[in-house]
Design a protein around this ligand. Sequence first.
Ligand code: HEM
Length: 182
Amino acid sequence: MSIPIYTFSGALAGNWRVAQMDSILGPALEPVPFLNVTSGTLTSESKTVWSLRGVVSHERYVNRTEKNLLAASSPVLGRSQDVCAALIPIKKSEAWWSLPQDERRAILEEQSQHISVGLKYVPAIARRLHHSRDLGEPFDFLTWFEFAPEHIKAFEELVTYLRTTAEWKYVVREVDLRLRRV
Ligand code: HEM
């Protein structure tokens, strides 16, 4: 079985234009004018400034009800109206990773309502979660979202909410890139 690996490259040319890039917590990434999203193992091009890699892995925390709700309402990526995107690379602390699975789930959902609140934003927001920690990458997750311009405000509201939660107390590095399809 081959697991698709996605590479997000900050570059001097590419298929997404960087509209805004903020370092929320921890070291920033070098500013770039474009982002390229590719899948498969590609050799980096000379125009690449930085590259972040992640794989789509199995779900860790969703229960059956949540899994079914997500499956029923999650849109595909690449919808023609979704000209806006966000790449939010996130690293969590050693304290987070040292917790057992059930305690991480309790913080993510029972305390922070990440999944139940997030579900209110689909199908407006399309998403794909990439895991990077086991690849030895600088971030643990590369979170990717696509949406239409009329949902920019809703997306902002969701991100602002998540940053106030108990789960986010374990976030030690976060960069927020907002993109426009070229
Ligand atoms: C658009 C609505 C959203 C929905 C429906 C959603 C749903 C989910 C679900 C179900 C998981 C758990 C997957 C599993 O079982 O392993 C998850 C994980 C995650 N989400 Fe979201 N999410 C949303 C938005 C966001 C946003 C805006 C961010 C970033 C600002 C984010 C960051 C993450 C991260 C970092 C994880 C991994 C957590 C971990 O494994 O420790 N999510 N999300």
